[in-house]
Write a protein that binds this ligand. Structure first.
Ligand SMILES: C[S@@+](CC[C@H](N)C(=O)[O-])C[C@H]1O[C@@H](n2cnc3c(N)ncnc32)[C@H](O)[C@@H]1O
Length: 747
């Protein structure tokens, strides 16, 4: 009779787990019988039932070697050809303190009946553990209190460890690579490959090839053959730039603790893989269902040189061999498919060798530990207060050793930012950030793609306020293609401002550039300036002037045209590839383009909290006291219209809530961006969108700059004064040094 393909497939699946046919055959027979040849049940979840049953069988053999020898009826299997037993693929062992203690335990120790065990959480007795564990045992991970680890009746769950991937689930599962797990591997692999690209990746520094750490040495447990490792060649260990790296990371951390007035976490360095360097909040916040993003934002600790880290890892592994305190004890309760560290030795770790895990930072928390899932902070406290908890003590005390815990710390917990997308998905495009200069992270702020009203500002977005003259309700499709200009075209003096390519028309652009170059002729002065009014001085300071600008009117929701109408550019949001980067010329963070931009291209709008000028004033007062500053712009392009009530004098502050424009630095006069007021949803020009367009062709990687229009000689600027480093030949600071005045820019 021809071999039953299903049986063969089952053998193959078990073979993949290192389970020989001899072990599989009797169990499979029983299952076939038990399930009345219902193969679907056996094949479900990659033969989960079968694998579990085999492990169960093994456990029972250890506990009652002969009691479980059931008579095997002759059945399907008699006809199945048995291939010879192949060498068993060693899966990882879980070791506790020098002796190889099997932490993997039967799923059926409390539940010997076939079929049921795979669906239940087993309870096991520690003293039922055999002295040694068969190599092909699955690992288990403790999901209960870590203090239970190694003690009786610890709840254990199987962990998949294969090719360096450690997997786990809430429910017992067979140690089979799940399809999900496989996807995970390939995703990580592709990410690792992506690191190979010689372009600047967000938030990471590529190591020169000869500096690439030996990741195999770094992450390979001793008892895992090298040829089991995935063939990743390139830095799956991501190293942050560390200009101060002289071996004293602690000093470096201290000196860099604060930046730009914010407490910011430091990029993690080699020292952090040591057990005595405990991190906060280790267990929280692994993003659900967003593993790829999670993994792309974590890094494995290593030395800046890479080689150093490898050496240390090797030493650690040697030590591991001699006096192993090793436990693949997973403490991150209910997140699935995350790679897990496998072994810990004396406060230093080794990590399963996979690209997936290479993206994880791992820390060893020394005992005593309680309530690990929500006590990263508490744990740290315990450790800090426990100077005795060093490695040697741990080895002396088996209880302590048993309660040693590996904690996977996702990098993004340490850094509140996403390297790949500073916008947190709020924009149509990702906007990565990179720092090739120092260890700083971008300042914390809430990314908002559109303005949000803070409190008193009156932004009247009201359909009934939009009359026929302010919309083109009868238009269809693309208004730019219409033979007769629509109402919106009329609202922008001179017709539509955009070309069919979505650029600002040359003549418009030149007009705006001319205004910003010679603002004197376009300034107007109010009698009762809303900027001065909140100051409540006895004698009001005179208005410093506001630059009147022409508005672009975009079609909007009350119009009949489509969202893709050529007269809707700003409202569609950022479309070009931008990057926030740390500037090399002492301006802090800046924004640059990653692609060539033609003249007149929309880059982004300035989004922030909408405040009244009075609120801004109050905020500035508070900021002065606290040392923080606002990032404000006045929406004053149409204040010419006479006396304005407070609620009508609006401005934007992007310091706490803002978009990427908050990173655009100032450049005196010859900036490559120009700001243009754009009316979208409100015909009243008290509120509008301040949109940035390129004032010339801008090459990829050029910094994007904007002339803030501040008078550097005026200490009363809304924008806090700074020593301009723009480098422009028109720079106000340079002119002041020359005792000449800057080109007039009186705002
Ligand atoms: C809107 S923020 C721009 C982003 C800022 N560089 C950062 O790191 O967040 C404005 C601040 O950037 C700095 N800045 C902008 N342009 C500058 C320039 N040309 N020279 C020096 N500092 C500048 C000043 O500290 C200014 O207050």
């Amino acid at each position: 009779m021809a071999p039953n393909q299903r049986v063969l497939a089952a053998y193959r699946a078990m073979m993949d787990l290192g389970l020989s046919n001899i072990k599989v055959k009797p169990v499979l027979k029983r299952l076939i019988q038990l399930y009345d040849k219902n193969w679907e049940l056996i094949e479900a979840e990659n033969y989960r039932v079968l694998a579990d049953a085999i492990f169960e069988e093994e456990e029972n053999e250890v506990v009652e070697p002969s009691s479980r020898r059931n008579k095997i009826d002759k059945g399907d299997l008699e006809e199945e050809p048995l291939t010879h037993d192949e060498p068993v693929r060693p899966l990882k062992r879980l070791r506790l303190r020098g002796q190889e203690v099997q932490a993997s335990q039967s799923l059926a120790a409390c539940n010997p009946s076939f079929g049921e065990s795979s669906l239940k959480r087993p309870k096991i007795e520690e003293d039922a553990l055999p002295e040694t564990c068969p190599l092909q045992k699955p690992q288990y991970t403790a999901l209960s209190s870590p203090s239970d680890v190694g003690h009786a009746r610890t709840e254990l769950h199987p962990v998949l460890v294969r090719h360096g991937i450690v997997d786990k689930g809430k429910q017992p599962m067979s140690p089979q690579v799940s399809p999900r797990g496989a996807r995970f591997i390939s995703e990580r692999a592709s990410q690792a490959v992506r690191f190979k690209e010689p372009r600047v990746e967000p938030g990471i520094m590529l190591l020169p090839e000869n500096k690439v750490p030996d990741i195999h040495a770094l992450i390979k447990p001793k008892d895992e053959p090298v040829d089991e490792l995935p063939p990743y060649e390139l830095p799956i260990a991501v190293i942050k730039p560390d200009p101060l790296s002289n071996g004293d990371a602690q000093k470096k951390n201290d000196s860099n603790e604060k930046q730009e007035g914010h407490d910011t976490p430091e990029p993690q360095c080699r020292d952090e893989v040591r057990g005595d360097d405990i991190q906060d909040s280790a267990m929280e916040g692994i993003p659900d269902g967003n593993l790829e993003e999670f993994c792309s934002n974590v890094e494995i600790a290593s030395s800046p040189s890479g080689e150093e880290g490898s050496v240390e890892a090797r030493q650690t592994l040697d030590k591991l061999k001699n006096d192993t305190v090793c436990g693949a004890l997973d403490v991150i309760g209910n997140k699935e498919d995350l790679g897990r560290p496998s072994c810990v030795s004396n406060g230093t770790l080794s990590v399963p060798c996979s690209a997936a895990l290479a993206a994880l930072q791992i820390h060893v928390l020394l005992p005593p530990l309680t309530a690990l899932n929500d006590c990263g902070q508490e744990t740290k406290k315990v450790m800090e207060n426990d100077p005795e908890s060093d490695d040697s003590k741990l080895l002396e005390d088996p209880q302590n050793a048993d309660s040693q815990i590996v904690v996977v710390v996702p990098q993004y917990q340490l850094t509140p930012h996403d390297f790949n997308d500073l916008t947190k998905g709020e924009e149509r495009v990702r906007i990565p950030w990179v720092n090739e200069i120092n260890n700083k992270y971008p300042p914390p702020f809430h990314y908002i793609p559109k303005n949000l009203v803070f409190q008193d500002a009156y932004v009247n977005v009201c359909l009934s306020n939009i009359g026929d003259e302010h919309c083109c309700s009868t238009c269809l499709g693309n208004c730019l293609l219409s033979p007769t200009p629509c109402a919106c075209a009329y609202k922008t003096e001179g017709g539509f401002a955009y070309t069919s390519e979505g650029l600002i028309k040359e003549e418009f652009l030149e007009e705006y550039i001319a205004i910003s170059h010679s603002p004197q002729r376009h300034l107007f002065y109010c009698k009762d300036c809303p900027v001065e009014r909140p100051k409540n001085n006895d004698c009001l300071e005179p208005c410093k002037g506001h630059l009147k600008k022409k508005f672009i009117k975009e079609c909007w929701s009350k119009c009949g045209c489509s969202k893709h109408c050529g007269n809707r550019v700003v409202q569609r949001g950022i479309a070009c590839n931008l990057q926030v980067f740390y500037t090399s010329d002492e301006k802090g963070w800046g924004l640059r383009t990653l692609e060539d931009l033609p003249k007149g291209a929309f880059v982004c709008e300035f989004a922030g909290e909408v405040l009244t000028s009075k609120e801004l004033y109050q905020r500035n007062m508070l900021c002065t006291e606290s040392g923080k500053c606002t990032h404000p712009v006045l929406l004053d392009a149409d204040w010419v219209s006479g006396f304005l009530k407070d609620k009508e004098t609006l401005c934007l502050d992007a310091a706490s809530f803002g978009n990427v424009a908050r990173f655009i630095n100032h450049r005196c006069l010859d900036a490559n961006l120009i700001e243009i007021p754009v009316e979208v949803e409100t015909p009243s020009h008290h509120y509008y969108h301040l949109a940035f367009f390129t004032s010339r062709n801008v090459a990829a990687l050029e910094e994007l700059t904007w002339d803030y229009g501040i008078d550097f000689d005026d200490q009363d600027n809304l924008v806090k004064s700074f020593w301009c480093q723009c480098g422009s030949k028109f720079c106000g600071n340079m002119k002041r040094l020359n005792r000449s005045s800057r080109v007039s820019n009186a705002r």
